[in-house]
Design a protein around this ligand. Sequence first.
Ligand code: FES
Length: 147
Amino acid sequence: MDRRSFLESSRTLAIGAFSAAGLTAILSGCSTIPQYTAAVSGLVAAVPKSVFDADDDSINIVIITIPGKSRPLALVSDGNGGVQCFVMRCTHKGCTLEAEPNGFSCPCHGSSFNVNGRVVTGPAVENLTPIAVDSRGPDYLIPLSVM
Ligand code: FES
């Protein structure tokens, strides 16, 4: 098997594993960003904590799609049980951000943000505003009133 075939079959296997767990995946360059569609009740989205591998202590991002909302959220695990959540909206002029393994980039004018939502590259000057997530139960509960 040549390198190209190996990489393509690896991506297929990775997407299959995500799909089996209720996750889909977005390919970004050579990496895969998982995507999950949240259950919504009223103005709260629920995302099971199993979207993150409990044995993985690295920082991970899952894109959260909210039914009825055009813009997704990003849920970022700090690898120690903590999470941060951001609306995937660029603070420069409002374009939808794209997730990357180390943060977020804007396809409109090139701004980028790290996994903590801080501006890395302008023209954006404002950091992403984190959404307070309730992590007390089996699910992450995310208020949607901020969207
Ligand atoms: S809207 Fe994102 S950089 Fe301009």
